[in-house]
Design a protein around this ligand. Structure first.
Ligand code: PEP
Length: 263
């Protein structure tokens, strides 16, 4: 269903009217985690000023440590819905448990499946039935074939509004959190008709790498990027070191305007 063999045209997925596909480079930005109404609104305004057309923000956070901030849950979803009301930005937010799909889908414009859940097949099947577009991250140790098979699980339940997101894979390198696999973009685009975007924030885990990796994403033909921003990263409850701050946003907007690159 997701293969390009029977569907040679590349697809465009619409999220609350915003296109993600071959004719544009969509900027999705916002806080890694929803922490407070004020922090989420400020981050959304920063995102919008940089040219973002979709707002990201986690209310359910899958953390490596059980002692780390796990997200605000439904309260976080309510904050996102309120910020959508104020800014007009449709919401992309993660769902981590099949039992929460209905709840998250009742607030979200796009459901995000994180890298730790790429092969949670019960969750994939549940989002396949939820009637909302899905952003499917690549498993941090998953092959492109496995990633596409996960997309197939969603598609098989009747949902073809799927965007693939390369977010870095685990390698021997320790300078970055994960290694961004830029070749995954053209490879996945050749094998599948689905749009492919890049997450330069979670792959590098470092603020100073976000803009260079965004340039790489655009140069390699990604259909979008998803980026963390935070008004006060030093106080962030999740992934502060990778969040862009106000001073970075003019440069981010400039990088995004360079599309189409070098053609
Ligand atoms: C996220 O985007 O909030 C996130 C946790 O990303 P990943 O699943 O890629 O680690």
């Amino acid at each position: 269903l997701v293969s390009r063999e029977n569907h040679p045209e590349r697809s465009t997925v619409r999220v609350g009217g915003v296109p993600i596909g071959p004719d544009t480079v969509t900027l999705i930005a916002g806080p890694c985690a929803v922490e407070t109404p004020q922090q989420t609104l400020e981050a959304a305004e920063m995102a919008k000023a940089a040219g973002a057309t979709l707002l990201r923000g986690g209310a359910f956070k899958p953390r490596t440590s059980p002692y780390a901030f796990q997200g605000l849950g439904e309260e976080g979803l309510r904050i996102l819905a309120d910020v959508r009301e104020k800014t007009g930005l449709p919401i992309v937010t993660e769902v981590v448990d099949a039992h929460d799909v209905e709840l998250v889908a009742s607030y979200a414009d796009m459901l995000q499946i994180g890298t730790r859940n790429t092969q949670n097949f019960a969750l994939l099947q549940a989002v396949g039935k939820a009637g909302k577009p899905v952003m499917l991250k690549r498993g941090m140790s998953g092959t492109i074939e496995e990633w596409l098979m996960s997309a197939e699980y969603i598609a098989q339940r009747g949902n073809l509004d799927i965007v693939l997101c390369e977010r870095g894979i685990r390698t021997f390198e320790t300078a970055t959190r994960n290694t961004l696999d830029v070749s995954a973009v053209p490879v996945a685009q050749r094998l599948s008709h689905l749009p492919v975007i890049i997450d330069p924030s979670h792959s590098g885990g470092r603020r100073d790498l976000v803009l260079p990796l965004t340039r790489a994403a655009i140069a390699v033909g990604a259909d979008g990027v998803i980026i963390d921003v935070h008004p006060h990263p030093e106080q962030a409850l999740c992934d502060g070191p990778q969040a862009l701050v106000n001073g970075d946003l003019r440069e981010l907007a400039r990088v995004m305007r360079q599309f189409p690159p070098l053609l």
